[in-house]
Design a protein around this ligand. Structure first.
Ligand code: SF4
Length: 85
């Protein structure tokens, strides 16, 4: 498989023009490509081929401050807040 191509079998159709990773449109989302336990150790099993939203989401901004959306999600999951770099 060429680098940068999301494996189609791990995606699901949202509508005529959009798709998402399987598991991410659930009420309690968990991407099918995620391995491990959040808060302990996790890894993306398709890191080199992850989709654009994943490539564009950064945990820290260019000033080294934590991403507010990431902090909100961490709070929902009961994970420790990220610190500024
Ligand atoms: S980075 Fe990988 S595991 Fe995380 S949501 Fe994207 S594809 Fe799924």
């Amino acid at each position: 498989m060429p680098c940068g191509v999301v494996p189609a079998h791990l995606t699901e159709k949202l509508n005529e023009s959009r798709a998402c990773m399987k598991g991410t449109s659930q009420k309690s989302p968990r991407c099918i490509a995620l391995s491990g336990t959040p808060g302990v150790h996790t890894a993306c099993t398709i890191y080199e081929n992850r989709p654009s939203p994943c490539r564009e989401f950064n945990a820290w901004d260019v000033q080294g401050e934590p991403n507010a959306e990431c902090q909100q999600l961490r709070a929902v999951l009961g994970l420790a807040m990220l610190k500024a770099r």
